[in-house]
Design a protein around this ligand. Structure first.
Ligand code: SAM
Length: 221
């Protein structure tokens, strides 16, 4: 028998119900979302509030101390990850944009997390390549340019401790991953990336229908 679908299609009302029934954002995170919303259409790059709660829970559930994020924007996902870390935890954030990450820095400061979050500006592939040999991570989040995903994935899986997690955003690409007539460059990159994850024997992985699709992978011992 083929696997049966257990998927509940979310309409806007059901989604808002879900968002309302999670642990809510604190004041700093809420105000960061409001300021980001004022950027207009760019603001859609930000992860969703339920995704932020999920990231925070995952980070704290695995007892992560060292985390890394590729694609920081105005800092909302970083705030969620950093909130899940213990007092001696560290989050390394990679982005190319000084303008957007200036906003992030202000909110990390307000949240009292600035000393736990290190931001490195520049193309993430170069920053990852330049990391010291012994740098390892317990948790990684990928949410940057889609063609770059395979490079980020490989660099991060290699540096993940056994049992560590990688979360990757936008893996369903608005549902277009299964629409065979659609062929945008980012969409093709996501489709190729999803196959690469499936074939990667270093991890076990699952796709969650959270926001635009979130792949969660655990590095095998
Ligand atoms: C979707 S946004 C990240 C959203 C963020 N995770 C959040 O929740 O607010 C993607 C980010 O990737 C950054 N980016 C794009 N290309 C990049 C690259 N080659 N290296 C590093 N960052 C890059 C962009 O500047 C942008 O801030």
């Amino acid at each position: 028998m083929p696997p049966q679908s257990k998927f509940t299609v979310l309409d806007e009302t059901l989604y808002q119900y879900m968002v309302a029934h999670r642990t809510p954002d604190d004041e700093v995170a809420r105000e960061l979302r409001e300021e980001t919303a004022r950027l207009g259409s760019r603001s859609t790059m930000q992860i969703s509030p339920d995704q932020a709660t999920l990231l925070r829970i995952l980070v704290s559930a695995i007892g992560a101390r060292r985390a890394i994020e590729v694609g920081t924007f105005t800092g909302y996902s970083a705030l969620a990850i950093a909130r899940g870390l213990p007092p001696d935890g560290h989050l390394l954030c990679l982005d190319v944009s000084d303008e957007w990450t200036q906003i992030a820095r202000r909110y990390w400061e307000r949240a009292g997390l600035a000393e736990h979050i290190e931001l490195r500006l520049g193309p993430a592939a170069e920053t990852l390549h330049a990391l010291r040999e012994e740098a390892t991570f317990d948790f990684a989040f990928i949410d940057a340019d889609k063609p770059g995903y395979p490079v980020y994935w490989d660099a991060l899986v290699r540096r993940l401790r056994p049992g560590g997690l990688v979360a990757v955003d936008n893996v369903l690409w608005d549902g277009e991953v299964v629409e065979t007539d659609k062929r945008g460059a980012d969409l093709l990159a996501i489709r190729r990336f999803n196959e690469l994850v499936l074939d990667d024997r270093r991890v076990e992985s699952v796709m969650l229908p959270v926001a635009d699709g979130l792949t969660l992978a655990r590095k095998l011992p």
